[in-house]
Design a protein around this ligand. Sequence first.
Ligand code: CTP
Length: 432
Amino acid sequence: MKKVITYGSYDHLHQGHINLLKRAKELGDFLIVGVTSENFDIIRGKINTDQSLIERMKAVEDLGIADLVIPEEYEGQKIDDIKRYGVDIFAIGSDWTGYFDYLKEYCTVTYLPRTEGISSTMLRSKNVLRIGIAGSDPSMLKLKRESKFVNGCAVNDIYLTNKFDKVINDLNKVNSFDDLLKNNDAIYLACKTSEKYDYAMRAMREGKHLIIDTPIADSYEKANEILNYAEEHNLKVFDSIKTAYALAFERLILLVKAGKIGSVSSIDATCTSLEMYDWLKDTNFATSFTAWGPFGLLPVFKILGLNYTDYRFDTIDNSEMKDIFTKLTLRYPNAVANVNVGVGVKSESDLRICGTKGFIYIPSPWWKTDYFEMRFEDAQNNKRYFYKLDGEGIRMELVEFIHSVIKDRPNFNIERDITLGIAKMIENYNNK
Ligand code: CTP
């Protein structure tokens, strides 16, 4: 019996897929179809299929052409599958010509003609979410870069809320915030924290969803109003802390919650950077604490919660800038947390979560988490974890945002009370 194998995402199954599967089947007696899982698609840079793996596998099965449908979950799996199933022919569309020649060592490799004029991308593109950028924080330009890896969104327009020195090549500069609102479905807001509330309310009154660079406002009350308005009008507001979308960070929180290091007694989160942007010298825009504080607070609030009993700020100023370093200590009934942040000051920017059985260590720069270690008294029990992180977390944040808007589901990565807790701490800092 001649066995044939082929692979694909099969998102919104279409005639091109059907033609290819029929051609592949004709090459032999038994057809195996590998359907790529979401995680594997991310590795391939083909992020955000509309349909889940289960839906896509079911659609292929229902056609009745394939004899066996399997998920494709890891790099190198094709070689394993070919050996395991005794495959004679590997077949794939001509858009991949040459790419899979390395499999010739294991079986015959055939590139089949592709059907012109149809693709999953075309079918998905009907639902493109247009996201406009408003702000003057240089990091906002990363959104355009990362959006190219994500299906279902387009980032084309930018409105500069303040003076901006960086060159903008690949975005269309619009002259007013109203123009930005007119041509977009959602807004990414990266302006001065003190201005966020006004821009956010203006955008939401026009029915726009929002991603707001953290913190979403400089007081609890304003943040609460933004979130309430969004909920009442069925709009999505994402507090943009990219760390929350890093798979390694998500997994380490789950390990802590599952009690793997016992009861948590202390958390030390340090975030420092030497790069001193001019805009950081403008304390209306940001200080070390407003720039970095939310990142440090994220693991603290996720793990220890918001019921701290006391807090204390220690801030160091220098002649150039207010707040080049801040140490925030949060006291909980059974734990203590230190958030150390600095701009223009350098330290080892790591994260330590200490428990009664062991501790978790994430090396610098921990907010771009892709690796962490769980360490115990007996070193033989130590474990290391690695999860690939693409685009500093921004890519996955975009995927979550699009799903949240299209599928009308909440933000699972940053809960409402954490966003409010962060805004509250920014308010405490400003009032200190
Ligand atoms: N295919 C084809 N003709 C098309 C589209 C896809 O023959 N018009 C083939 C591909 O070459 C591949 C298989 O179908 O062998 C699965 O491809 P997949 O990547 O799932 O489909 P696309 O429509 O190309 O997806 P996308 O637009 O996301 O790239």
